[in-house]
Design a protein around this ligand. Structure first.
Ligand code: GDP
Length: 598
């Protein structure tokens, strides 16, 4: 079968520039979906994603479009997540396409967030069709957007299609451009099965559903297929396409986008970017570009009530069946008891998992300060990865520690350039270059340690630019840095939940900050309690809590015996949830308050 009448494409857009509205318009124009269906079937599925305005997993859609040349084309729209945490998934979805539509809001212009995905699309050699959306807005500034397209993404203005997803202007032009400018899928020479897995979802009834682009050959029900990364074979139970409902078909052929269901139990059984081939007649090599994805950000997650540990364990297992990118293993902490060390693709992914634990599993959890993963070369030459300060070797055993870096793209009004450059420097970053985008905005490109943007970088950027700054980042390798482990000691005992790996220059200020916070939350004891921050036994910051004779019954005026007893019982109850750190009893609530405030 010829692939000449097939086009596979994605849409790249900054949040709010109109990707959803434009996708709806394309589906309406091609009669793919009725208004009634639209509500519950369209692209993103999870409430959480909708609330956050970010699509993480979404169905591809197949449309049929009768073009001006009189032929009917099959157009597969593959959606891509718009967040750096999922950039590997984006890159695999783009690898399944020949073209991409770049949407730019006519009033807002090019934004930082579109750039990283644009780079991915250009690296893959995709044909880009630029669309300037919202031309109906009175504030539309076409000359400005043309100039930005040329300056920032090197696209000639003549190529841009003017559109309004609101009024429907330009929709047919976009469909014609997909058909005429984007190339059809290439035909293969050997016709051996190569199907690229660009996404997968877990369905409680059907198990794992792999989303695939057939790069060559054919796949059908009953066939035995093999996955390269795991070297496992499966019998294909079903293949089909997205209309956008999953609809079973007989086969999927070269150029097609659809799904494969085999007997798989967990999302981890199929890895995004892997290749399916036919066991009877296999291709020799998998498709290029496969990578094992590794978590970038780690944090401990503990039940607030320790009796919830088993329930939390069950919830973690369920989450992982759905989401292979999420990892967890049991750990324990002096301050927080039994819990899990969890790995995430990034901060947004971490937030999503925490939120799902709360909403879907009703778990009350506390998470420790997020940490990145460090590469460590020991003096004996051994290399190790450190995702938890507690496993960092002693300073004398470390030859070098390297930390992950990111390249950031920051778009801001020109007035704030000095403040933002200062912020980058404070966060141990370096500015690579600045570029004027238009009369009012500049783009700063720089490199920063990932650990420094984990917590409050984006918030600071937003507040110092009154909400006008936007940023995006891509991973940029590892670099050696002067990093050390800082421990917190309470009454001479180390408290593991507060240990952290920090840059030497920042250790004092971080230590002081944490000591002050702990001083505020730890109740007075019968003796003076020292709170110390130390590096390798050397104290770098110190606070102390003065002693107080605790007499809970004092305020009862000595008279009422039942009230006195009640109070004593209440105190006993409270003691159960105390953690003993050496001689000091600290309510768990105190740790939770410190960790929650970051
Ligand atoms: P997404 O975040 O990229 O998916 O953006 P949406 O499709 O949700 O659109 C963001 C907002 O812009 C919504 O309020 C839309 O109604 C509005 N919008 C989208 N396209 C147009 C357009 O062409 N003109 C105008 N005036 N508004 C639009």
């Amino acid at each position: 079968m010829s692939t000449n009448l097939t086009r596979n494409f994605s849409i790249i857009a900054h949040i709010d520039h109109g990707k959803t509205t434009l996708s709806d318009r394309l589906l309406e124009y091609t009669n793919t979906i009725s208004d009634r269906q639209k509500q519950d079937q369209l692209l993103d599925a999870m409430d959480l994603e909708r609330e956050k305005g970010i699509t993480i997993k979404s169905h591809p859609v197949t449309m049929h479009y009768r073009a001006k040349d009189g032929k009917t084309y099959k157009l597969n729209l593959l959606d891509t997540p718009g967040h750096v945490d999922f950039s590997y998934e984006v890159s695999r979805s783009l690898a399944a396409c020949e073209g991409a539509i770049l949407i730019v809001d006519a009033a807002q212009g090019v934004e930082a967030q579109t750039l990283a995905n644009m780079h991915l699309a250009m690296d893959q050699g995709l044909t880009i069709v630029p669309v300037i959306n919202k031309i109906d807005l009175p504030s539309a500034n076409l000359p400005g957007v043309y100039r930005q397209l040329e300056d920032v993404v090197c696209i000639p203005r003549e190529e841009a299609i003017k559109a309004s997803a609101k009024t429907g202007v330009g929709i047919e032009d976009i469909l014609e451009a997909i058909v005429t400018r984007m190339p059809p899928p290439r035909e293969s020479e050997d016709n051996l099965l190569r199907a690229l897995v660009f996404d997968s979802v877990y369905d409680a009834y059907r198990g794992v559903v792999s989303y695939v682009r057939v790069v060559s050959g054919q796949v059908k029900r009953g066939m035995r297929v093999r996955l390269f990364a795991t070297d496992e074979t499966y019998e294909v139970k079903e293949v089909g396409v997205f209309t956008p409902k999953m609809q079973r078909t007989d086969t999927l052929e070269t150029g097609d986008v659809g799904y494969i269901i085999a007997n798989m139990k967990s999302a981890a059984d199929v890895k995004i970017g892997d290749t399916y081939t036919d066991t009877a007649n296999p291709c020799k090599e998998p498709l290029a570009g496969f990578k094992e994805i590794h978590p970038m950000v780690f944090s401990g997650i503990y039940p607030v009530d320790s009796s919830d540990f088993e329930a939390l364990k069950a919830a973690m297992a369920k989450l992982q069946i759905n989401d292979a990118a999420f990892t967890y293993s049991a750990e324990s902490s002096i301050a927080l008891g039994f819990g899990f060390r969890c790995g995430f693709l990034g901060l947004l992914h971490m937030e999503i998992i925490q939120e799902r634990l709360r909403r879907e599993f009703n778990m009350d959890v506390i998470s420790t300060y997020p940490s990145v993963i460090y590469e460590v070369t020991r003096t004996d030459g051994e290399e190790m990865l450190v995702d938890n300060p507690s496993i960092l070797p002693e300073p004398q055993e470390i030859q070098e520690i390297r930390e992950p870096l990111v390249r950031v793209f920051i778009m801001i009004p020109g007035d704030y350039i000095g403040d933002v450059m200062q912020l980058i420097l404070e966060k141990r970053g370096a500015v690579e270059h600045t570029e004027t985008i238009d009369d009012t905005r500049v783009m700063i490109t720089g490199t920063l340690p990932l650990a420094e943007i984990l917590v409050d970088f984006n918030d600071k950027l937003k507040s110092m630019t009154r909400g006008y700054g936007s940023m995006d980042y891509e991973h940029a390798g590892y670099r050696a840095a002067n990093l050390i482990k800082m421990d917190m000691m309470i009454a001479g005992e180390p408290v593991d939940a507060f240990s952290m790996i920090v840059h030497r220059d920042k250790a004092e200020s971080r230590g002081r900050e944490l000591a002050t916070k702990l001083k505020d939350v730890i109740p007075k004891q019968l003796f003076t309690v020292a709170i110390q921050a130390c590096i390798g036994g050397k104290i770098i910051a110190r606070e102390s809590i003065s002693a107080m004779r605790k007499n809970v019954t004092a305020k009862c005026y000595g008279g009422d015996v039942t009230r006195k007893r009640k109070l004593l019982e209440k105190q006993k109850e409270g003691k159960k949830r105390m953690k003993a750190i050496g001689r000091v009893n600290i309510p768990q609530e105190a740790f939770i308050r410190v960790l929650k405030s970051g």
